[in-house]
Design a protein around this ligand. Structure first.
Ligand code: GAL
Length: 582
């Protein structure tokens, strides 16, 4: 046995022991598995390659391509798209792996034809979409197209609502390979997001043509309600813009705890071959400086994010081209193991991400977001290694030598970073343990208090478990409750009932400690806001209002969305509990 393998086994055993001792519940914020305290026990479920239910073997690594939106918004036409297809080939983008050419919103006519079919806008695309698809294919590229599940697209062009099968058939007949499906004007479809996207999945299967399905619900928790059973990628964020605050924000919707309980340490456990978190398309080439373009690209690569270029490829500079086609950086993104990189350190301004690769090495990103120059050190214990390890600089494509116990990137200015590959080839390094299902969904019969679960999605203020928002006992109308969620408006929190619970009970009201005069309103939705399936509405409540008892039938509900509105008002979901008969 090689010394290196011996070290790995010892490390692994130690880490499994540490993990076993340290496993804690998710009932309070950031108690386990948070940045800097990652567990390294191998997880069989995480290692298994899961194909999503579209089951067409597509997107086993994050999709790569180009999309028209970030460069042109709706201002696209036939000539531009052909030129882009040419540029994808001539620039070497296609050969670097960018195969999908996706036409975003703005390609279609403002109304359907007399048979109800979607048609291309005749002035912009006089040859029609089939011809565009043929041209794209003739270049050895794949053809992608945008639609929307609402009545209208975001540009108020015809959406696919009530034309689902017909439109998917149309796309198949045009030779489409990739569908980006959006959610504008979908609130009144009367269908949950999961129902809508299951419908599209089935329509696509019915066409008989393998097509990637990329879905958006503006980052409202597709990983929670089963995105991976429906689509190969789902948006985790709102739209990305060409400045670094926006880039870092979008990255954090996937790699950070922006919209999930900190115990998850980002969304990495929901990604894998055939199903990816999508923090939106690239702005590489649209940012002000090369260092920004590189930082953005490094982040998307380590996060196993889809790489959909969004710059005008016809006029891209050599430096931008070199960033987008950097072979060793792309290889991190396209690694067959498909583990999304996760944070092992986050000080606010400085971050370190780790992505264990198929070949037994680890890709590590050391990034300075802050304005002051800093040194950042990664110690091998944070990535499951020890001793002397080989380090390669993936941007410079240069071996840096062997480093004992740690590696330091010196004097990183703002957005400065290093993307390195650590270790030698061999058996894959352990991935951290994902949060176990019983920590974030209802799995058992009897009562499960929501405050004992990790929320799976949030927007606004996170709740406190078994305390009011100020960490004092939950008290409504003079009665103190031991269990429950203490909230401060505005707060939207999603819990995963997983079709397991039969009823949901809670007592709601403003917390007695709230001394203001604003009102608060409690609402419960089935899943997310899209189906508009309101299961409970307290109406406006103030300090004088009596608590309200909730007792709901939640059979068949995958996720429950608890919404508390009220500007800085303190409100409680006292005794919030899911009850499963079986
Ligand atoms: C947004 C979407 C963008 C772009 C735009 C088109 O909802 O997030 O990526 O597709 O619609 O109108």
């Amino acid at each position: 046995m090689k010394l290196r393998d011996f070290y790995r086994i010892i490390m692994f055993v130690i880490l499994v022991m540490v993990f076993t001792i340290c496993v804690t519940s998710c009932s309070s914020e950031g108690v386990s598995n948070q940045a800097g305290k990652t567990d390294f026990s191998l997880s069989a479920s995480q290692e298994a390659v899961t194909l999503n239910a579209l089951d067409n073997g597509l997107a086993l690594t994050p999709p790569m391509g180009w999309n028209s939106w970030n460069a042109f918004e709706a201002d696209i036409d036939e000539q531009k798209i052909r030129q882009i297809a040419d540029a994808m080939v001539d620039s070497g983008m296609r050969d670097a792996g960018y195969t999908y050419l996706v036409l975003d919103d703005g390609w279609m006519a403002s109304s359907r034809d007399s048979d109800g079919n979607l048609v291309a806008e005749p002035n912009k695309f006089p040859s029609g979409m089939k011809a565009i698809g043929d041209y794209i294919h003739s270049k050895g590229l794949k053809f992608g197209i945008y639609e929307d599940r609402g009545h209208w697209t975001c540009q108020q062009l015809p959406g696919s609502f009530e034309h689902e099968q017909a439109d998917m058939d149309t796309f198949a007949s045009w030779g489409v390979d990739y569908i980006k499906m959006d959610s504008c004007f979908a609130e009144n479809n009367g269908r949950l997001s999961s129902e809508d996207y299951t419908l599209y999945k089935n329509c696509i299967i019915k066409t008989g043509r393998p097509m990637v399905l990329s879905i958006s619900d503006f980052g409202n928790g597709a990983w929670a309600w089963g995105g991976e059973d429906m689509a190969q990628l789902w948006r985790t964020s709102g739209d990305i813009f060409p400045w670094m605050d926006s880039v870092y924000y979008c990255a954090d919707t996937s790699g950070g705890n922006h919209s999930i309980h900190p115990a998850f340490n980002g969304l990495w456990q929901f990604a894998g071959p055939g199903h990816w978190n999508d923090p939106d398309m690239l702005q590489v080439g649209n940012l002000a400086k090369d260092i920004e373009n590189r930082a953005h690209f490094s982040l998307w690569c380590i996060l196993a994010a889809p790489l959909m270029a969004g710059n005008d490829l016809r006029s891209m500079s050599d430096s931008v081209k070199n960033i987008l086609t950097a072979p060793e950086v792309i290889r991190v993104n396209q690694d067959a193991r498909g583990i999304q990189g996760y944070k092992v350190y986050d000080s606010g301004d400085q971050e370190i991400y780790n992505k264990p690769l198929q070949d037994g090495t680890a890709a590590v990103l050391l990034l300075n977001k802050g304005s002051e120059p800093v040194d950042i050190t990664i110690t091998w214990d944070k990535i499951g290694l020890s001793g002397s390890q080989k380090v390669r600089d993936l941007w410079a494509r240069k071996d840096l030598g062997y480093y004992k116990d740690s590696f330091t990137a010196y004097n990183l200015t703002q957005h400065g970073h290093m993307l390195i590959k650590v270790g030698s080839t061999g058996s894959p390094l352990p991935a951290p343990a994902p949060v176990a299902s019983d920590k974030y969904m209802v799995t058992k019969s009897g009562t499960t208090y929501l405050s004992d679960l990790c929320y799976i999605w949030k927007n606004g203020n996170a709740p406190r478990s078994d305390k009011n928002y100020n960490n004092s006992p939950i008290t409504i109308n003079g009665i103190t409750y031991n269990k429950g969620l203490g909230c401060k408006g505005n707060s939207k929190i999603m819990y995963k009932l997983n079709n397991k619970a039969d009823s949901f009970k809670a007592v709601v009201g403003l917390d007695d400690s709230y001394s203001g005069n604003s009102t608060g309103r409690f609402r419960i939705y089935n899943e997310d806001l899209f189906g508009n399936k309101v299961l409970f509405d307290s109406g406006n409540m103030d300090r004088g209002s009596s608590a309200k008892n909730i007792d709901l039938d939640v059979r068949g509900v995958k996720c429950l969305l608890l919404v508390f509105e009220g500007d800085n008002v303190l409100g409680d979901w006292a005794n919030a509990q899911a009850i499963a008969v079986n």
